[in-house]
Design a protein around this ligand. Structure first.
Ligand SMILES: NC(=O)c1ccc[n+]([C@@H]2O[C@H](COP(=O)([O-])OP(=O)(O)OC[C@H]3O[C@@H](n4cnc5c(N)ncnc54)[C@H](OP(=O)(O)O)[C@@H]3O)[C@@H](O)[C@H]2O)c1
Length: 421
């Protein structure tokens, strides 16, 4: 048994590939059901930076194939594309990857907070779908604890950068001063909230928030200010806004060439900067054919984040130390966990033998006092404990990664092993 990770992320694939693998939050249940038809246990972590499938593999390697098939179905691409962009990790490497991810060390925007909530949510949704086994739960709970410790104990999340705030920073680099600009935010979920907040904090004077339902946009503007509109009403905003940031969880493009041609003709000479941080993307790449439309997607943020990353090497080192400490703790748990069924089986067989021999002996003896019975009980228990102490110690030290120990003990003690899930 081992932990298996199959994934695709911002380091291995551009957004045009990642968006195909992305599982939108409302579709996670369906995706888990599909995965569940092949493997009993699994967690899917899908964010703007990655789609990853964590499973517990058995010896025939079928779970890796099931996870690859899952990504293959989403990508609808040839195997060459799948293998070019996908990574597979097992055991400690898979766990370390998740710990780094939850800590924001694997994010495009180093130290971002949002990914920790997304890891927690991925576990919760998989739990509700009945897809989480004890080892997977322990891996994810340990990752969440690691992510929390890294945020609490190191400076990695100092200044609380997020993809959304970096998008607003990119806008400010492109247009210069944001004061006096009008920004249209399309999407009123968590990403939209962070964009609107960053825009307000950086002095954008007019913010319009659009959501599929106007009520959702109004919920945000009540908190942050700005004007709420429904997606159906964005057309007239296109005549006057300077910057659009798109972050709606839509499976299709919200802005395409036909919607932008007329508004851009009505505002000759006034550029429109669009930053699309949604995955899947909300804006068709073809809009760049329209004069004065400048489109950036989430991968274009990496230049700003790379600089941010270079400036914060010492904080990365501190965060990596926390990850290493948590990984050591997890590894020790995992080693115990893997040999636990064998130890349980050995102890229960020994206890069965002890009990039956003791009962038989006591029946043959003249009646014993409670004190004498207690002494016999303790003495026989002591023999069993002493006899099994060394084999258990050796098994814990070596049995987790050497099947021969386990096989030999099973054979020698004639044990029936129950699974550990
Ligand atoms: N969360 C982050 O920190 C973060 C960071 C970077 C990028 N992103 C990307 O930003 C996007 C949104 O993420 P989120 O976390 O904010 O998700 P979310 O909370 O689920 O987004 C909700 C928003 O998406 C709209 N929406 C949902 N389905 C839609 C559809 N079929 N058509 C049009 N609009 C639809 C909702 O409209 P109604 O509720 O009004 O229907 C609402 O405005 C995703 O593509 C994500 O990858 C997120």
């Amino acid at each position: 048994m081992d932990i298996c990770l199959v994934g695709i992320n911002h380091r291995t694939a551009p957004v045009a590939i990642r968006e195909k693998a992305a599982v939108r939050s409302g579709k996670l249940d369906d995706a888990l059901r599909l995965l569940g038809s092949r493997v009993p246990h699994g967690v899917i972590l899908s964010t703007c930076n990655r789609t990853e499938v964590y499973t517990i593999s058995d010896s025939d390697g079928d779970t890796e194939e099931a996870s690859l098939d899952f990504l293959r179905n989403h990508l609808e691409a040839a195997d060459t594309v799948l293998f070019e962009h996908t990574y597979v990790r097992y055991g400690q490497a898979a766990v370390e990857h998740l710990f780094r991810t939850a800590s924001g060390l694997d994010s495009m925007v180093l130290g971002e907070y949002e990914v920790l909530g997304q890891v927690r949510q991925a576990l919760e949704i998989a739990e509700k779908a009945g897809m989480v086994s004890l080892p997977l739960r322990h891996v994810f709970q340990s990752a969440i604890r690691t992510g929390r410790r890294v945020r609490d104990e190191t400076g990695i999340s100092k200044n609380a950068f997020s993809v959304s705030s970096v998008a607003v920073d990119l806008a400010s680099k492109i247009v210069g001063r944001l004061e006096g600009c009008k920004m249209l935010v399309i999407g009123a979920g968590e990403a939209g909230r962070l964009v609107a907040k960053a825009a307000r904090d950086r002095g954008v004077s007019r913010i319009v928030i659009a959501s599929r339902t106007r009520e959702r946009a109004a919920g945000l503007t009540e908190m942050l200010g700005g004007i709420p509109i429904s997606l159906n009403d964005i057309e007239e905003e296109l005549d006057t806004c300077n910057i659009i940031v798109t972050c709606a969880d839509a499976p299709h493009c919200i802005l395409d060439v036909p919607q932008l041609v007329a508004p851009m003709q009505r505002r000759p000479g006034t550029p429109l900067v669009i930053i699309d941080i949604a995955v899947p993307r909300n804006v068709a790449p073809a809009v760049t054919q329209i004069k004065n439309v400048f489109l950036y997607n989430i991968d274009d943020l990496s230049r700003i984040s790379d600089k941010n990353c270079r400036q914060r090497r010492s904080e990365v080192k501190e965060a990596e130390d926390v990850v290493a400490a948590e990984l050591a703790k997890f590894t020790s748990w995992w080693q115990d966990f893997k040999v636990r069924p064998l130890i349980r089986a050995m102890m229960s067989k020994a206890e069965e033998i002890r009990r039956s021999h003791l009962d038989r002996t006591v029946k043959k003896l003249p009646p014993l006092s409670d004190e004498e019975l207690y002494s016999l009980e303790m003495m026989t228990r002591g023999i069993i404990a002493r006899l099994l102490k060394d084999p258990i110690h050796v098994l814990k030290a070596n049995g987790h990664d050497n099947h021969e120990y386990a096989e030999m003990l099973k054979e020698l003690f004639q044990l029936n092993i129950e699974s550990n899930r």
